[in-house]
Structure formats: C-alpha cells, structure tokens
Write a protein that binds this ligand. Structure first.
Ligand code: SAH
Length: 213
C-alpha cells in the first residue's frame, strides 16, 4: 500500500529528492503463529476482531527511533491544517494504521499514542489516513511546492477561511467571462475581491471556521 498515492506529484518528487523518507513495517511479521495472526476476539463479546497488544507492541519496539506515535482512528482528534503545522516540527513520526475493529487500548496507553481522525466516516483501514496525513505534511516542507511559501500560505484554512474562486486562460470559455477585476492588473482591487469572495464562501459553507478565528 506504500508509497501508494505518495509516489505521485509534488510529494513523490520530494520523496525522490529525499526531502522526506519512510520505512514500512508489516505487522504480520510479528504475528503470534505461522498463520500470520495479529488479531483476536474482543473481550466482552461483540462482532469484529481487535489487533493484539503483544503483536503491535513488538512491532513498535522494533523501531529504533519511533518519535511521536500516531494511531489513525475515527475516535481521534479531527486532523486540521494547524495540527499539521505542529506535527511537521517533529523529525520522525510513527504512523500506526489500524485494521479490523481497531487496536487494544493498552497499546495506546503504554506508548502514549495520539489518536487522529481524518474525518467523520469509517474507512476499512488506516493506510489511506496515513497517506492523507503524509501528503498534507510533506507539501508544507521547504522546497516541496514550486511557488515557495506563497503556495502554502494563500490557501484554504491558512487564510482564515476557504479559498476564493480560481480562473485561468482562456478569459472567455463557452461564453463565460472571467470576472473583470482579475484582468484589471489592479492589485489592491484584486486582493479586496478575493477577500470578499473568500469571506462569502466561508460564511455560506463553513460558518464554523469563522467562529474559530
Ligand atoms: N471500530 C472502529 C472503526 C474501525 S475501522 C470505530 O468504530 O471507531 C478500521 C481502521 O481504519 C481503524 O482502526 C483506523 O485505523 C482506520 N480508520 C477508519 N476510519 C478512520 C478515520 N475516519 N480516520 C482515521 N482512521 C480511520
């Protein structure tokens, strides 16, 4: 599953340039038997299997320098741009991807693991969540985006709301014109228009973002 989507685009190029790197650990290598078992039934009953603490603990202990450990879980703190800015201050992060119903609570407690969610829906595994996390983190690292600091700062969530509408050539397409102000070359007016558009869209679609700021 790795690098998966992380091999493409700017994040993939940054991987080739060694701006970031990763190792994967297959939890099955720490299985309790030759069948590769890493999970077991839930104490207290109920459907679904749980990842065993002995297996996952041994997998974590095999990492020389795990750094901060994150477990992806719908129960976790919802990931946002501000959290990503904090996480990239770490040189090394270990991302633990769940399967089945999830992970024995004792592993979370033992290693003081942070639980992170990528949204209010349930995936079948944590690998996609890990790739979302890495993608959003790596694009904030120096020398990853072509436009430099400007490309990461002029963006939804960084500007205190959602992005304004974007336009490119041709200036007329199927009879639809690009807003006049964008062709005016008047930077002050363009900036005001963008701010006003951004405010309107944010108010309509994500009023929660306005209250937060
Ligand atoms: N029983 C869990 C869901 C398990 S889904 C519950 O009710 O909360 C299996 C695995 O997929 C999880 O352990 C987690 O690692 C991953 N996963 C599913 N949804 C996720 C989400 N929204 N964010 C992050 N990881 C998620």
């Amino acid at each position: 599953m790795f690098p998966g989507t992380l091999s493409g685009g700017v994040v993939g190029r940054a991987l080739e340039k060694k701006i970031w790197s990763y190792d994967t650990i297959n939890i099955r290598d720490f299985a309790i038997n030759n069948y590769g078992s890493v999970d077991d039934e839930q104490f207290g009953g109920g459907a679904g299997m749980v990842m065993r603490p002995d297996v996952v603990g041994n997998a974590i202990d095999s990492i020389k320098n795990p750094g901060k450990i994150i477990f992806f879980s719908p129960r976790g703190k919802p990931l946002n741009q501000q959290m990503v800015h904090e996480y990239i201050k770490n040189d090394t992060i270990t991302l633990l991807c769940g399967r089945y119903e999830g992970l024995d609570q004792r592993v979370i407690d033992e290693y003081d693991i942070e639980e992170v969610s990528i949204g209010d829906y349930v995936l079948s595994g944590g690998e996609l969540a890990a790739q979302v996390f890495v993608d959003t983190a790596v694009r904030l690292l120096d020398n990853v985006l072509g436009g430099g600091l400007d490309s990461t700062q002029n963006e939804s969530f960084e500007i205190g709301g959602l992005e304004w509408p974007l336009y490119t050539r041709p200036s007329v397409w199927r009879g639809h014109k690009v807003p006049e102000v964008l062709l005016s070359g008047h930077h002050g007016n363009i900036e005001r228009w963008r701010k006003q558009q951004s405010d309107e869209i944010t108010k309509e679609r994500r009023p929660d973002l306005i209250k937060e700021n």
